[in-house]
Design a protein around this ligand. Sequence first.
Ligand SMILES: Cc1cc2nc3c(=O)[nH]c(=O)nc-3n(C[C@H](O)[C@H](O)[C@H](O)COP(=O)(O)O)c2cc1C
Length: 180
Amino acid sequence: MTLQIVYASRNGVTRECVQMLASHFSSNFEIRLIDIEKDEPDLDEGNFVVGGPIRYGKLYKPVRNFIKANAKRLQDRVIGVFLCSGLPGMAQEYKRKVFPSAWLERAPFGDFGGELKPDKLKGMDKMVVKMVRAQILQEEADIPADDNDFSRALPEIVPENIERFALALKRDLLEKRSGN
Ligand SMILES: Cc1cc2nc3c(=O)[nH]c(=O)nc-3n(C[C@H](O)[C@H](O)[C@H](O)COP(=O)(O)O)c2cc1C
């Protein structure tokens, strides 16, 4: 039973996350990673997981276009959706905004976290990430805290969420395989 994981990644973080996701499946599962900017999915069969990074409050365009074109067609075969994003506490809101509600009724959601690392970026992306980091750290500084508390509020990939998401997908695939 194939699982096609459809994604796109502007700066590589989402790619790293889907590779982590795939590493949780043994060879009993046929997992295909589909970078929608260069690979062709087989839309006629199998199960799908779909997701990508949030940029400027929206899902990265290649994934957004894929969802728009295939929302109905894949409705009964999307078994999971996921996002990479940088702003703390926003993932649930983004989820409702970017995925069709018919998908969300049955598909579990993975909040994979994300990275805001300017040194890895160029041009406009670098500037924006610097600004967002400064904003997040400023908001943190506004919260009254111990003078010796330099806690980190900057986002990271959350491997535990990826693992829990993989477990839910495996359970679903095994149930499907046994015909339940
Ligand atoms: C130009 C730019 C805009 C972004 N806008 C948002 C945003 O609006 N909300 C958010 O939560 N994260 C935002 N992020 C953070 C990304 O979602 C995060 O860096 C993610 O890990 C990027 O994944 P990618 O490397 O696969 O492109 C932005 C990042 C960049 C570079």
